[in-house]
Structures are given as C-alpha cells and as structure tokens.
Design a protein around this ligand. Sequence first.
Ligand code: IPM
Ligand code: MG
Length: 372
Amino acid sequence: MRTHDLAVVGGDGIGPDVTAEALRSVHAAAGHFGFRVTTTAYDLGAERWLRDGVALDETSTEKLRGHDAILLGAVGDPRVPPGVLERGLVVALRVALRHAVNVRPVRLYPGVESPVRGLSPERCDLVIIRENTEGLYAGGGSTVHQGTDHATAVQNSINTVAATRACVGYAFRLARARRRRLTLCHKTNILVEAGKLWTGVVEEIGNDFPDVAHDYVHADAMCQHLPLTPERFDVVVTDNLFGDIISDLGATIQGGLGLAASGNIDPTGANPGMFEPVHGSAPDIAGSGRANPAAAVLSAALCLAHLGEHAAALALEAAAASVLGELRDRPDSTTGIGTRIAERVREVDLTALGDPAASLMTAMSARSGIRE
Ligand code: IPM
Ligand code: MG
C-alpha cells in the first residue's frame, strides 16, 4: 500500500488544535482512497524555545528532510520576542528545505461570504506563487549610529536568477496546467534592479511557454485589481514580501485567514514540502474550540496533491468547501468542523466536481511540483 510519511509540527497557540483536525481529515481520506499515512510529531515552537533556547536545531532539520512532507500548524507566542520563531523556525525551514515556491490559492467557495460585494465563486479562483527564500526576507542588513538622531538602518533585498527561475518556472508549469495565464506582480518602476531580474526571467522562461499568456501588474495596483476583478488572474507570480502582502489580501477576499492554505515547495522535488495555514497562532483563542481548522485542512489537501494523491486531495478540498459553505447557518467548534469534513470526505462524488483538470489539486505533483 502507498505510504506517506508525514512530519507534524503543531507549533503554538491554535496550531496544534487545527493540525489535529487536518490529520483527522488526512487519515479519513487515506482510509477512503486506499493509502497509508504515518506521522511523527516534532517538538518545535515557543515551548521548546522557552525551555532550551532552540528555535530549530540541525538534528531536527535533517530528520524533517527525511519525511515525505511536513504539516506545520502555526508559530508565535507572546512570551517569545517577535521574529525569533518566525525567522528562526518558519523562514529557516523554508530556506533549509529550498522552498523557492510558496503556493497560495485564492478561491471563494460557494456559500462563503466574501467582504467584496457581489463577488461570486466563478470570478475568484487564482493561485499566488510567492518566491519564498529571498527578497527582503533574506537580505540581512545593518544599523549604524544606533540610538542617535543619525541612526541608519539598511535592509537588503536578495534576488538570485536561480531561485527566481525556480519559482517562475513552477508558476508557468502551473499556469499551463490551469487556464494558461500568468501575471508577474512586482514594482519594477521603483525596484529597478530586482525588477529587471524578475522581468528578464519571466521573458526567458515565457519563451518556453508560448501557450501561456503573460502580463505584468504593479504590486500597488494589484491591491486594487485583486478585490475588484480577481477573474482577470489565473497564476500570479511575485517576490517574497509582495507575496506575503497580497496573499493576506487574497485571504480576505476569499472569506478570511481562517480559509487560506499554503504549501512551501522545493520545485526540484529534492526536499519535502511544508504545508501550513496562512493564519497565525492566535494564542488568545488557543484550545477554546473557536479556531476554524479549514485552512489547515485545505493545506493538508495541497500536501496530498503534492504527494500525488490527486483524488484524495480533490475530495478533501470539496469536503472542506462543502462544510465551509454551511457554517453561516450551522456554525461549529474546531473539532466539530474537523469531524464534519472528515466524514464528508468519504461522500464526495468526484465526477460531480466539474473539470478537475483545471484544479490546483490535480495540477500539483510530487516530482516536478507540477504534472506535465
Ligand atoms: C506567512 C507569514 C510568515 C511570513 C511569517 C510567520 C514568517 O506571515 O506565512 O505569510 O512572513 O512569511
Ligand atoms: Mg504572511
């Protein structure tokens, strides 16, 4: 029987709560679709850091590298200074595992209310592909004359052709598997050096994809187009910080951060992907049953898709979408929602889902990241 060996980092706050529901749904999907999932829990996050000052140790990184995929809950805790876990654990893992791609779907599911007036599900189904290891996240920097009126902070942005190619290549392959449209989102009129590099890579790789139309939108203009005309986008490729920002906007449009999934992917397939909800650890509601586990479940669906379990991934997404569509009339607790999704996954009629070929879940695959 096919077996997938998952590492589980529940993390902090609501992280363990929502991850438990993601696992419940993955096991339900595995039982129904005939594969096996094994899990190993990792003690990483605030408690570990508070106990022995370690955000991420070499041994854990190497062990994580040996799994087929990683499910991450959320990190962040008021007892830990900001940045320690975000940079020291999440970003460190993205870099160590060469996750040049962060896949962030923006999809409005039927029955879910968008704050954008009149937005319908048919108009909102796009994927943000965010470069995930570089830009302002990786540039380092320095401060001189600290504590004086002449204090000067320098924050560098790193943009390599190698990582940009890896990211843009994945985005083009994904666009080819979907609706064949790719948009580069940047700020080339101001960030001219990085902008030239990104534009050059898109032109270069675009030559190999004559069947995929590509265009360009400035990051600030994107903040207007994304809520007003999301239907004009299929795959949006962008750098690390712009991707961080516009994906929160995307999450808002699709109904909130509680619904936004993501996958950190090494497009070469050499390292395991890491799948995490976009939301934070919300320590104030940890353990209260108020967190919506849908983003974690949908991230687990991306994980299954990436591992090649396309039918299970489609079913899990459909099950989560159908429960989400009912929540307005039938609200539920974290466990309640998770249990409903896990039950529903066995009932999904895959033939009724429309054209699966265009689905992100069908398009993703383990080796190249994308099915050719
Ligand atoms: C995200 C988060 C992270 C980021 C943090 C937790 C490091 O905001 O995944 O979008 O800035 O990338
Ligand atoms: Mg973010």
